[in-house]
Design a protein around this ligand. Structure first.
Ligand SMILES: Nc1ncnc2c1ncn2[C@@H]1O[C@H](COP(=O)(O)OP(=O)(O)O)[C@@H](O)[C@H]1O
Ligand SMILES: [Mg+2]
Length: 426
């Protein structure tokens, strides 16, 4: 491909707005239709609003933002699959788009037939496709599946084939939606190499992606969308920094902000964490906070409380979640025989647990309830964040450490085993 004037525009987006009609159709029964009469129950929802930007020729450009902010809608407008309600989009150059997993593929047709179908939709002649066919199949790595109907493909194979066709139709502008996340690491590396090659050729690439690390490496500029509007537009590093900061803030707010409710007959006043030798390793008050702990040890959680007036048969509960909200453990004192009948004044309840957690952030919730456990005296959601910065000297994945034992049974004899324990292929 010949070199181009770097300042010329590949895609120009001018004041683009796109709305969708959203129907509120919760109940489709005949009765509800009669009750509703003929009134339409919908509202127009602005997925894009006044978006203006130029993507220059030869540039690798990222569209980023939270789920539902309008990234795919913008890409579809650029690809002319959606028509903006306002504004206009001009593209200069042959365009190929890889939008959603399997879009443009016919499920009943074989991979081979789909390559010809898809290639011709994207503007290649039959002869051009035939010339590139082996390379397309090779790049996609679908092997002998090429003559199978694509409905039998895994989502990874679908994406690889779609991507392979899109990059082989010789596009001047390539639009790629988040689909790449579906591929494995090896394929992602291959895609990145392809993007780099496109860049060297002076082609334009517009990507929507979630992994900021890969975007940083390959993109020149980026736009950050928020509820269909441009929040930031500029250098990729700069815009990604802003996006990551916003995301981090949001996670802190959502996960680690203490939420409290209850009648207050007993109030939780704080939490202390002790390590397995009984040393205090940190404490937080009722406004919450973070405590660093080592991976995989037995810890004691001491929850302090105060009862202004005597309260009979209170129950105590605690729970631990991962920072993405998965409940790892939760328990209460209902079946603890040693608990006092009445509490009054200041007190403390101690919970010792083996905490087999691995590197990451975990959230502790605590509550004091009445005897039936139906009524909260006090409930502190997110009262403490436990951060595990060390890891166990052992390779495993997932938030918890489970003691494991592997055992191979079968008809293979010892000489069939390679040193790391896996059976050799015959
Ligand atoms: N065909 C459609 N009909 C109605 N609403 C849609 C349609 N496509 C997208 N939306 C809505 O528009 C908003 C933006 O969607 P989208 O562009 O897919 O977001 P993103 O790709 O950033 O996650 C979302 O709220 C989505 O639900
Ligand atoms: Mg999307």
């Amino acid at each position: 491909m010949t070199s181009r004037d770097n300042s010329s525009v590949a895609i120009s987006v001018q004041n683009v707005s796109k709305k969708f009609r959203v129907y509120h159709e919760r109940n489709n029964s005949l009765k509800s239709a009669i009750m509703r009469g003929k009134r339409a129950r919908y509202e127009d929802f602005l997925a894009l609003s006044g978006v203006t930007l130029d993507v220059k020729q030869g540039e690798t450009f990222a569209i980023i933002g939270d789920n539902g902010c309008g990234k795919s809608t913008l890409l579809k407008c650029m690809a002319r699959i959606l028509k903006p309600d306002e504004g206009k989009i001009q593209a200069h150059g042959r365009l190929a788009a890889l939008l959603e997993v399997g879009s443009g593929f016919h499920p009943e047709l074989s991979g081979r037939d789909n390559i010809f179908l898809n290639g011709s939709i994207l503007g290649m002649s039959r002869a051009e496709i035939a010339r590139n066919f082996d390379e397309i199949v090779d790049f996609a790595g679908v092997g002998h599946f090429i003559d199978e109907p694509v409905k039998n493909y895994s989502s990874g194979m679908y994406v690889r084939l779609g991507f392979s066709v899109a990059v082989h139709v010789d596009p001047e502008i390539l639009l790629v939606d988040e689909v790449l996340a579906v591929g494995d690491a090896a394929f992602q590396r291959k895609c990145q190499a392809k993007f780099a090659e496109f860049k060297r050729d002076g082609r334009t690439v517009i990507v929507v992606a979630h992994s900021a690390a890969t975007l940083r490496q390959m993109c020149d500029r980026a736009v950050l969308l928020d509820h269909g509007k441009i929040l930031e537009l500029g250098g990729a590093n700069e815009v990604l920094d802003i996006y990551e900061e916003r995301t981090a803030e949001k996670v802190e707010r959502d996960v680690f902000g203490v939420q409290r409710h209850g009648s207050g007959d007993i109030q939780i006043t704080g939490l202390e964490v002790l390590d397995d030798s009984g040393q205090c390793i940190g404490q937080v008050g009722d406004e919450g906070g973070q405590i660093d702990v080592a991976a995989g040890q037995r810890i004691t959680l001491r929850m302090y409380f105060h009862a202004k007036d005597p309260v009979s048969h209170p129950q105590f509960a605690m729970a631990i979640d991962t920072d993405y909200g998965l409940r790892l453990w939760g328990g209460d004192t209902r079946f603890e025989p040693k608990l006092p009948q009445v509490v009054h004044g200041k007190g403390m309840i101690e919970l010792a647990v083996d905490l087999p957690i691995r590197t990451g952030k975990y959230v502790v919730h605590g509550s004091v309830l009445d005897q039936s456990t139906a009524h909260n005296f006090d409930f502190l959601r997110n009262m403490c964040c436990l951060e595990v910065t060390t890891d166990l000297p052992h390779f495993a994945a997932g938030p918890v450490h489970l003691s494991e034992e592997w055992d191979l049974r079968g008809s293979c004899s010892p000489q069939d085993l390679v040193p790391n324990g896996f059976a050799k292929g015959k």
